[in-house]
Design a protein around this ligand. Structure first.
Ligand SMILES: Nc1ncnc2c1ncn2[C@@H]1O[C@H](COP(=O)(O)OP(=O)(O)O)[C@@H](O)[C@H]1O
Ligand SMILES: [Mg+2]
Length: 231
């Protein structure tokens, strides 16, 4: 199933990806035909002004929402018309998500938050606690394993969220404005941590941001305007 393009494996492929939202009498055309290929080990920034469709695109890629038209393949698997149950499995195995507001479970420790997706995996590839500990150490949080989210700074919480996203060693890590809620110092630490784990794990990173300076730190930039790729 794996697609090769030259020697590079395509981890994400979209074709004519279209998303419209029907709001009574008004139709919002959020994505107007996105053709995108992202290769293994790339670190891609998706940049564009607010409302250009970045989050909509990431949501479709991540199987959180369904397209109006077009096609999506993740690691050679067509997810476009997949059943909800199977999609949940693919998501758990193939995709890690990092959100702007961390979305950690407040009652669980850092270690427990990171271990959770492994415990939910249908065929777990790792010992949950051992893997969680290793990832948190890799992200510089070896001394914060038993802290709950409220006992951590924003930047630390986001690093826990990155560790959680990588728990099942997904080929694709998706991040939507991961530094949008952090001050510039914490943001720089988080981006450096992301680069470190990217290099260490070989996962492919797709990061959405409205901040051109952050997008420039990625290896490749895709610019969205008004639901279309413009560069
Ligand atoms: N659930 C929704 N219902 C209706 N319109 C939506 C919904 N989600 C996004 N949109 C619209 O789609 C467009 C793209 O939104 P979004 O993908 O969130 O942009 P970005 O992340 O680039 O700021 C915007 O015009 C937005 O208002
Ligand atoms: Mg957005």
């Amino acid at each position: 199933m794996t697609q090769l393009n030259g020697s590079r494996r395509v981890v994400l492929h979209t074709e004519g990806l279209t998303k419209e939202f029907n709001l009574g009498s008004v139709v919002v055309r959020a994505l107007r035909g996105i053709d995108l290929d992202i290769y293994a080990n790339e670190m891609v920034g998706i940049v564009g002004p607010s409302g250009s469709g970045k989050s909509t695109l990431l949501g479709l890629i991540g199987g959180l929402d369904r397209p109006t038209a077009g096609r999506i393949e993740i690691d050679g698997i067509d997810i476009t018309y997949m059943s909800e149950g199977r999609l949940t499995e693919v998501r758990n195995e193939k995709i890690g998500f990092v959100f702007q507001f961390f979305n950690l479970i407040p009652t669980l420790t850092a270690l427990e938050n990171v271990a959770l997706p492994i415990q939910f995996a249908r065929y777990p590839k790792f010992d949950p606690e051992k893997r969680a500990r290793e990832l948190l150490e890799l992200l510089g949080l070896g001394d914060r394993l038993h802290h709950r989210p409220m006992e951590l700074s924003g930047g630390q919480q986001q690093r826990v969220a990155i560790a959680r996203a990588l728990a099942n060693n997904p080929p694709l890590l998706l991040a939507d404005e991961p530094t949008g809620n952090l001050d510039s110092e914490a943001a720089a630490v988080v981006i450096q941590a992301l680069r470190d784990v990217w290099r260490e794990t070989g996962t492919t990173v797709v990061l959405v941001t409205h901040d051109p300076a952050l997008a420039r730190k990625m290896d490749r930039q895709v610019t969205l305007v008004d639901g279309r790729i413009v560069g």
